[in-house]
Structures are given as C-alpha cells and as structure tokens.
Write a protein that binds this ligand. Sequence first.
Ligand SMILES: NC(=O)N[C@@H](CC(=O)O)C(=O)O
Length: 447
Amino acid sequence: MTAPTTPTTAYLVTGVSPLGGEPTDLLLADGVIAAVGADAAGAAKDRDGDDLVVVDGTGLIALPGLVDLHTHLREPGREDAETILTGTRSAAAGGFTAVHAMANTSPVADTAGVVEQVWRLGRDAGYADVIPVGAVTVGLGGERLAELGAMADSAARVRVFSDDGKCVHDPVLMRRALEYTKAFDGVVAQHAQEPRLTEGSQMHEGTVSAEIGLAGWPAVAEEAIIARDVLLAEHVGGRLHVQHLSTAGSVEIVRWAKERGIDVTAEATPHHLLLTDELARSYDPVYKVNPPLRTAEDVAAVRAGLADGTIDVVATDHAPHALQDKDCEWSAAAFGMTGLETALSVVQQVMVDSGLFTWADVARVLSVEPARIGGLADHGRPLEAGEPATIVLYDPAARRTVAPAEHHSRSRNSPYAGLELPGRVRWTFLRGRPTVADGELAPVAGA
Ligand SMILES: NC(=O)N[C@@H](CC(=O)O)C(=O)O
C-alpha cells in the first residue's frame, strides 16, 4: 500500500503493544501522539476522514524511534560507500529516527562548517535526524584539540565528540577534552585502542589468531585505555562514553567505575553481542572489524553487562565500505560492517528471545539512553499523548533471511548475510510522518 505523506495525514494504529505491553490504539496526528487507548478511535473520528490512515497494529510492538549513537554515513568524502541520504534510508528501514554521524569523513568533521553541512544534508534528506559528532582533535590527528566550542555553538549543536576510528591516545589531550566539554554538557566518546599495542593488528589476539596466522589485537589494548579514561573522567569530573566495548575485562572496568560514581556510559554493538573470532577462520573480510570480534566468553560478558545495566546502550557502528575495500584479501581489507538494518533483529534474538530483556529494556538501550547521552530532547520519549510521534512499529514474529542486496545502505558488507533473524520493521514514524510504511521505505519530502 502507498501511504499518504502529507503532514496533515493522521494515523490510527489499532491493537498495537506499546513496549510489548497490553494492546491499545494510538492516534498519530500533527506530529505527535494525539491520543492513546479508548480515546484514540474517537479522536480519529473527529478528524477529517480523508486524512485518516488506519494501521492494523495487531501483533506489532511500538517502541520509541531508535537512536544510534554510532553511525558512519561517509559523506562528505566517501559517497561511493554511503551518503547521508542512503545511510538515513538504511536507518529508517532499521527503525532508527536519529543517528549520530561519526566525524571520520573527508574532510573530517572538526569544524563548525563541516558539522553544519552534515546536519543540513541530513535535514534535507528527511529520513532520520542526523546528529553530527565532532572530532576531538584536528583532522583526527591526535595532536591538537579541534574547535569543540564552535561546533557546540553551531547550528548542529554538537554534544558528542569522538575521534572514532582513532583513539585519543595522548592523556593530556583526553584530559583537556573531558574538561572542556563540561562547559556545554558535552561527552567525549572514546574509541579505546592503545595504538602501540595494536600496530598491524588484524583480529582478536588469542587462539584463533595464533592458529590462522593473523596479527592479534589484544584485549588489554582496549582495557588499558578504558581504565585510564575512567580515572581521567573522575579526576576532572568530565563525561566519558566508551564506544563499542568488546571484552569481558572492559565490562568489569566500566562496572567498577560506575560503582565508584564516575560519570561514564558505554555502548556495545550488535555484532559484539552475537559473533565471535571463530568466524575469522573463513578469512572472509566481512568479519574484519574494529574492535575485532572477540571470544565466546567475551560475548557472554558483554551480554551480561548489557543485561545488568553496566552497558547503557546498543550502538550499531554501521561502517559501510565500498566493494573494493572489502572484496580483497583479509589484511588489505577495511575494518567495518554495516548494521543499521539488522540491529533490532540481533538485539531481539540475543537479548529478548533469550529472556534477558523485556521490550522496555530494548527501548531503553536503543532509544531512551542513547537519546539522553546525545542530549536529544525529542527522541526516546515515552509513548504517551502529547509526545512526538517518533516511533517504530515492529513485528517480532516475522522471520527473514538477511540479504544485503535488498538493504538500503549503499554498501553490502553485512556479516549476517544468509542468516535467518527474527523480526521486521513495519512502520517508522518521524514526527508523525512515515519514513517506512507497511514494510517499505516511504517517499519523504525533500528526498
Ligand atoms: N568500526 C570499524 O571497523 N570501522 C570504522 C572505524 C574504525 O576503525 O573504528 C570505519 O569508519 O570504518
């Protein structure tokens, strides 16, 4: 079906389960959730009938629109791998209504000019709110702090700063960044990778790397930086966010830091919740990622850390790469995997279907907490009357075999190709306007 997309269209969603709870009706109108429950159908009748689309929500779960704290959109500079338009179409298809766009573009997003460009392109595309992440250091060079304040004051209102892809390894610069971002309630999101311990690293250092002869990336290279940074955050009273935490030791350090009252949050990716370094035995570079896939014990610890709240959010680290950068021998291939269109399904399989999570927990880690950490007032909101109609309707009973060729991302480097995963996004609404309608991307104004 083709859904009307004019802003005046109202949507009556019947029999849907908010956060997996008792089925109810939701009326979405004028950009907000206009009514919930018994009032919704009546309120819908009071509106002009021509404007009303009725969505059968039976069997669907309503969640606040998903928020990704960690997306690579590649524009400007690598539009052959992804653009802001294709990346946000991919986001919408995965149920995301906001994505934080990492700064490792070309040019690097280290000035007010570049972050404003990214923000504008996202607004013009219209599929999801694009929240630019500002680089911590000029050109991701690790030598001089970038203009953090100018990026914070720009139209893009940057609050999250990261050199992702590179670690801010100079402790003095890291300290200054943690201090400086306090002035505008910013957060420093660290890619924890001790560079000297990971020179030439190709995969997790352990039994598998030794057996197949690829240079190892030891767990301690991640853990040493996280340990240092939580102590720095404590010392200066700054806000630290640990990106794509991947080892059992990292979970322990973050747990310790939180118990100590340090202002730290952490994210885990879907792939570190599901996949292990055993996959590298295939030498298929689709499994090459930074930080690397770890052991089954690490995966279990990351799941446990997410379940007990040590890890605050799931973030995709959607890292699209052009074919020539992945379809080559392992050591020459780029690090990274796509993830926007599979994240919710992986979280369902690993955390919900296993009994570790309720759907309210899913909303917490994929919407409420990432919105809070990123300082987004209009995302991750309760599903209540008067709140923005920025929601996703998801069918947890559907099953699908992942086919990257059908994805909306411009890149195809999904590690789940051929795998059967649960669930399907049926509708995504951004301020009352569908970006996905009945399982298909909807045309949006400006796109
Ligand atoms: N996560 C990844 O494997 N890749 C990221 C950056 C990075 O190396 O972290 C990318 O930009 O491709």
